[in-house]
Design a protein around this ligand. Structure first.
Ligand code: SAM
Ligand code: SF4
Length: 496
């Protein structure tokens, strides 16, 4: 294709976690304020951005191949501004310049607010622009914190997965320094946002029609804001305040650090009706030796205690987890302990990752990456098999029950035929325990919370019928029927 790019059209691809999806929304919102429009065609764009992830090597390679794909655009239209932003930009400036010398702009996670002016600067000077924050050893804590600004300005419903669901950052950075992980370097020191700022943002979102907010932090349950006058706002206090915003109907938060799972938070989730009864609590391994090597700060017995306490305090809660297989020194015996933990833990689902050595992390410096890739692959498969078997049991226990579903939109995957379809098309949404539900219904249900009777289930999906009064009873136009927006393109990776 040889279309003339439009100077004020921006194209963005996003890889990685929810934090990155949110960052992309905010970057686009800022550019739109400068008169930019969003395009889903890189050939039509005057600005091409890649919002990147460094958590695993695979994610980085996806970005390099995406950069390779746009090289001909830059060659044919040198005025196109190409930017690499986010985690890779913070971590790998020199490497990016070597592998993709035509990149005009490298902007780290803590400098995203500068993007509109940096684009202007590239155009004015014809020189590459770099904006990154300080490294974790490049200065005093206050100085480093200041170089990672929390970037949470205007919100843009068009960039969200749906207009009625939004991510809200409550914490940036991470101080846990798990030995395998790049996040403390790419996102800087842990800092909690002022609760009043978070509340103001949630109210804006509510005014824009948002029904569900997902509070984001790397260790979100460690959130605490110290007001400096003896007052402290914990995440449980914050959730209670958000609960008072009338049109917000659901409050979620990810990701939890097992050791920081306090009873006040669990009680808030139990007692506040809008709090989603779902907790993502990554364990990473079922073996104490490995957990110690990962510097996860808890033992398997302590994790089991946390899990038991969660289930005791919040009856019916769904819990999910993350595992890394093939971490340095993981023997077959260590791995079998992860198998035992998955088998007994009754997680709704688990995200399982093969260990990927990340240059600059302490594991990369201290321990050889000594588990061969075929062994990692086999362990990944075996662990997933045990998890999938339980996920099926977990989902099937909902058959015969009714669930409240926030309808997100048409199902994109073409799920199996939904039974007794009353017209409309296959819609998809999530329950209060974060289970995916698919059913047949009219588009006007999108953006509504409806009751669905579950009549079948697979390992990842509940299938059901929407209660008939909701099919017929809704006044026309009562649902938010969104113009389906141009989606920010994501390279095919799981959301973390
Ligand atoms: N802060 C969250 C936590 O502590 O659970 C998650 C952050 S991390 C971006 C998401 C997941 O990626 C982790 O839970 C871990 O399972 C996985 N992960 C992180 N570093 C990894 C690495 N070097 N190799 C493979 N998986 C990794
Ligand atoms: Fe990475 Fe550990 Fe921080 Fe999670 S808690 S972001 S895994 S260092």
């Amino acid at each position: 294709m040889n279309r003339m790019p439009h100077e004020r059209a921006v194209y963005i691809e996003t890889v990685g976690c929810q934090m990155n999806v949110l960052d992309s929304e905010l970057v686009i919102a800022a550019l739109k304020k400068q008169g930019y429009t969003l395009t889903d065609d890189p050939h039509a764009a005057g600005v091409i951005l890649f919002n990147t992830c460094s958590v695993r090597e695979h994610a980085e390679e996806k970005t390099y191949s995406a950069l390779g794909r746009v090289a001909p655009i830059k060659r044919d239209h040198p005025e196109t501004v190409i930017g690499v932003i986010g985690c890779m930009a913070q971590k790998d400036q020199d490497h990016i310049r070597t592998r993709a010398p035509y990149v005009d702009m490298i902007v780290g996670t803590g400098q995203l607010s500068k993007i509109p002016s940096l684009v202007d600067e590239v155009r004015r000077t014809n020189l590459p622009q770099l904006a990154v924050s300080l490294g974790r050893t490049d200065g005093g804590r206050t100085e480093i914190e200041a170089s990672f600004e929390s970037y949470d300005p205007a919100r843009d419903p068009e960039m969200r997965p749906t207009p009625f669901q939004a991510f809200v950052r409550i914490q940036i950075g991470c101080d846990k320094f798990c030995t395998y992980c790049v996040v403390p370097s790419t996102r800087g020191p842990e800092q909690s946002r002022h609760p009043d700022h978070i509340l103001a943002e949630v109210r804006t979102l509510a005014d824009q029609g948002c029904l569900e907010v997902t509070l984001l932090g790397q260790t979100v349950n460690s959130y605490v804001y110290d007001h400096g006058d003896g007052r402290r706002t914990r995440i449980s206090d914050l959730i209670a305040r958000i609960h008072d915003v009338p049109s917000i109907r659901r409050i979620k938060f990810v990701t939890n650090f097992p050791k920081d799972m306090s009873n006040d938070l669990l009680d808030a989730v139990r007692d506040l009706p809008k709090a989603v009864k779902y907790l993502h609590v990554p364990v990473q391994s079922g073996c104490d030796t490995i957990l110690k090597r990962m510097k996860r700060l808890y033992t398997v017995a302590e994790y089991r205690e946390v899990l038991a306490r969660i289930r005791e305090r919040i009856p019916g809660v769904a819990v999910s987890s993350d595992f890394i297989v093939g971490f340095c020194g993981e023997t077959e015996e260590s791995f079998q302990k992860s198998m035992v933990l998955v088998d007994e833990s009754k997680f709704k689902n688990s995200f399982i990752f093969k260990y990927s050595e990340r240059p600059g992390t302490s594991a990369a410096g201290r321990f050889p990456d000594d588990v061969p890739d075929d062994v990692k692959r086999r362990r990944n498969h075996d662990l997933l098999e045990v998890q999938d078997a339980y996920s099926l049991i977990d989902h099937r226990q909902w058959i015969g029950k009714s669930v409240e579903v926030l309808v997100e939109g048409p199902s994109r995957k073409g799920h199996k035929q939904t039974p007794n379809g009353p017209g409309g098309r296959q819609l998809i949404g999530r329950t209060m325990t974060d289970h995916i539900a698919v059913f047949q219904g009219q588009d006007r249900l999108i953006g509504q919370i409806v009751t669905v009777d579950v009549i079948d289930a697979h390992g990842f999906t509940l299938y059901g019928e929407v209660r008939i009064n909701q099919l017929a009873g809704l006044p026309t136009g009562s649902a938010i029927t969104p113009e389906l927006p141009i989606r920010p393109r994501r390279i095919g990776l799981d959301l973390l």
